[in-house]
Design a binder for this molecule. Structure first.
Ligand code: NI
Length: 183
């Protein structure tokens, strides 16, 4: 399992809800947490590892030792959203790219944990931002879609570089990881 980078097609492919929490899902969640921590991320969504499942992992403290901030979310949904706040945001599939993105300040979310138990949370600011960013991933929506025109134009060069690197890898015969498994 590897984190795929923009413009890998898996990032634009909406994923299916999880119907059975089997061993495969439990293992995938564990590997995604490892990858997220190894990359100093706050969240990682299944499409970012080319996995066709509505599955997220997050840690709002970004610290594996802070377990009460660690969440696995299956089939997550935003039930309520309030307020607005603009802040710097990045994504593990766009290494080095950070821009301001406007998000709801507060969200109420519902998801299932790895035991299949539903839970609900009300989050503000950074955790609310992470939930919105990761849930977007499940629908193939990326943070570049949510940037204002200024952030978007400031990102142009980086995006061109990501596309060029991706094409270079393809020419070298390095098929982007994740094109083989089911998307
Ligand atoms: Ni992301």
């Amino acid at each position: 399992m590897k984190i795929v980078k923009y413009p890998h097609p898996a990032l634009r492919t909406p994923v299916k809800p999880v119907t059975t929490i089997d061993k495969e899902i439990v293992l995938a969640a564990g590997r995604m947490l490892e990858l997220m921590y190894a990359s100093d991320g706050l969240g990682l969504a299944a499409p970012q590892v080319a996995l066709d499942a509505q599955l997220l992992v997050m840690n709002f403290a970004g610290d594996p030792a802070v377990k009460d901030q660690e969440f696995v979310a299956i089939n997550p949904q935003i039930l309520e959203e309030k307020g607005a706040v603009s802040d710097r945001e990045g994504c593990l599939s766009f290494p080095g790219l950070y821009q301001n993105v406007r998000r709801f300040k507060t969200v109420r979310v519902r998801a299932y944990d790895l035991k299949g138990e539903p839970y609900e949370l009300i989050c503000h600011d950074l955790p609310a931002r992470v939930w919105q960013h990761e849930i977007d991933h499940l629908a193939g929506v990326l943070f570049i879609d949510k940037m204002g025109s200024l952030g978007r134009s400031r990102s142009e060069k980086d995006l061109e570089k990501f596309v060029a690197d991706f094409e270079k890898d393809k020419k070298k015969g390095h098929l982007p990881p994740g094109l083989e498994p089911k998307l």
